[in-house]
Design a protein around this ligand. Sequence first.
Ligand code: 3HC
Length: 282
Amino acid sequence: MEIKNIVVVGAGTMGNGIAQTAAVSGYNVTMTDVNDEILEKAIATITKSVEKLAQKEVIDPAQKKAALEIETSTDLKVVEDADLVIEAATENPELKLSLFADLDALAPPRAILASNTSSISLTKIGAATERPDKVIGMHFFNPVPLMKLLEVVRGLATSDETTGIIVEVGRTMGKEPVEAMDSPGFISNRILCPMINEAIYAYHEGIGTAEAIDTVMKLGMNHPMGPLTLADLIGLDVVLFVMEVLHRDLGEDKYRPCPLLRKMVDAGYLGRKSGRGFYTYN
Ligand code: 3HC
């Protein structure tokens, strides 16, 4: 099946990055969210990003134009014409399962329903629909236009055909698709979030300042950004959510979220998006 029309559900950081990347790769893209304000903000983010990428000649003028032509809607009914739906809504399991039931009812039978979930079981999401063979994880990384990886996550019922199509779409989007089994945190967050959680423990125990911890990992391990800076980029609420899933579903104490992480989320210190996390932002 040829994929032409992609609908991205959710226009936040990940959703707008996915929509932008799909549009510059030649797909017809529509982005949906619950209100116009979020969609306007998403378009402003995309505009800024493609201007920068065009200036650097990473994309050509036609690709920039394609990104500026992304359509938006607050009506989920736009999935009626979709070949592929990529969901990038809030990481809330109940919301996600009910959203997939709605998408299943509205999207044509041929459409593949993908989720950018960072930790919710694709097998469960698939079971909320009548087409679990066409449900799959497309896990992108922030900032989506720059990061090369696409983690392709197969639920128990995901078919080989669906997986093959999504691997191809990932390649067309300029990504390197890597397949992972449907297990808590998949490959990426099974490894990344415990590392970040450990950095938060080190900070909490006063082993080093935030700057010291980040500098050690940047200069000693060649990470492009330190784990606390990265936590601020990802969102502390997302890191906490992933740790809770790992702790609950794998049942081992080594995944216990650091109490400071929990406290910061309770205080609304969510990182860059709230202006404050381990660092402060304007
Ligand atoms: N679009 C276009 N350009 C962008 C951009 C975007 N979305 N985001 C950043 N840039 C540009 C910057 O503006 C900057 O441009 P300039 O050189 O002209 O000023 C350029 O990219 C380089 O950025 P910086 O100078 O700020 O810093 P870096 O050289 O460190 O690069 C980075 C930024 C690519 C984000 C790099 O630091 C990095 O790779 N960090 C790690 C990111 C990471 O690990 N992401 C995964 C998070 S986990 C996740 O998403 C999964 C989830 O499930 C948790």
